[in-house]
Design a protein around this ligand. Sequence first.
Ligand code: F6P
Length: 549
Amino acid sequence: MALKSINPTKTQSWGKIQAQFETIKSTHLKELFKRNPKRAEELTVRWDDFYVDFSKNRITKEIIKSLIELANEVDLKDAISKYFEGDVINTTEGRAVLHTALRAEKGSEVYVDGVNVIPEVFEVKQKIKNFTDAVVNGKHKGHTGKPITDIVNIGIGGSDLGPAMVVDTLQFYKNHLKTHFVSNVDGDHYNEIIKDLNPETTLFVIVSKTFTTQETLSNANSIRTWFLQSLPQEAISKHFVAVSTNIESVKAFGIDEKNIFPMKDWVGGRFSLWSAVGLSISLSLGYDNFESLLKGAQKMDEHFKTTDFDNNIPVIAALLTIWYNNFFEAESEAVIAYTQYLNQYATYLQQGIMESNGKYVDRSGQRVGYQTGTIIWGEPGTNSQHAFFQLIHQGTKLIPADFIGFVESLHGDKDHHDKLMSNYFAQTEALMNGKTEAEVLAAFKRTNLSDDEKQKLLPFKIFEGNKPTTSILIKKLTPESLGKLIAMYEHKIFVQGIIWNIYSYDQFGVELGKQLAKTILQELNDDAKHTSHDTSTQNLIRFYKENRK
Ligand code: F6P
């Protein structure tokens, strides 16, 4: 059954939330803490190894209650069942959305077109495990008999960002294999990567759900040409494997059927790292770590599916986005992770969040009359404190931020970790409390400034504070906790899409540029004077053609 189409702004709760917004919009977070001494406790969710503190958000329990009423009015419960049960909720592409089935427990049942897909999921997982073990322990050798030392993942978007982010984030758990990612069609990208590689000891994993993506096929073709300069055609079978739904095109590329790791069309690209798309994760970290990643996600699935909304981490997180995006008119959200390991996390989330919820047509085919998808961005702390934090503290924009931190450091450097985490705690406190006039004046007393100088400086030194943050504190960065964290954001995306009444699982918006690029590519290589473009584009193309070598 399809998802319902309910305009959220026409619900009873929307009006109620609007009224609540009017009463709270100028209230300072400090005041909310003063009014309710139990606030921190009441607005924190403890689950497994996660401690999620929502209390530094500009909400109250009553507002959360109204936001939950909104979720109920749009029938989020029904949508969650449809999501997990394999209903065709990606209606515009006529597909189910079942990345959750990829991490389901053995023996579960999830049906697509009357067929339980779980046995096949486990068959592919077994294939991933067998291949991983063979490559890692050196049983799988290259064409000249040497063991594999390097893995190159060739893919883009969901066929790159998820695996690249996970491998980088979990590098502490990595085995001896060196992993590289080629994504951009920019030839400098693949050339930089292959320049130090030995084809005899390198395994190339071509990942493309459709196997039609220009970037991936160009990179794969160029790399194969480079490879064949040193090794014969029959070496391909030892050095090239592929992950795709498009088995025929992979075979036509020259890859043996036994070297194809299949995936299903009910796995969206940006949610596919749990499928065979995660092959390079498994190869880099070992299969057991890949399995732990899946286990973590499965635990978050259970939490999301079975927990009441008022204690449900992805649901509350999504409702907060609605609150800031649609009532405070905040346009973006920051994700600041206090671990260098999560360096690529915001980039990864950008595809998940912005490709999913960047839509202006609702599920009835009408243009929405309200804001949808948020802009997502971020960098790890503490580096970002020295880059863009000024704007979050004293700029004119409201930027709700997620602060992700870990109790334990992986290398166990307590001194550094305490310093790191003192910043983690200090920043959310500073963003909330700001610095009052009285505090600035008190600080001035310890200086030699004249009264005149103090008066002049005063307005610049005051911080309004009242900047909302959510603190996500996790015991330790492990494959399992990362699996939970990723799944948490996946479900947050889903809930937002349900409430905004949009289809989160297609991405037609990225197609137009691809089509135009195809036409322009032909024009770049002929001598005709093309006049079909606007004059700006025409002149740019002309300048490029006239000046290239
Ligand atoms: O950017 C559009 C997109 O279709 C993404 O959704 C997808 O992850 C990416 O291209 C790569 O697609 P494929 O895996 O089919 O090569």
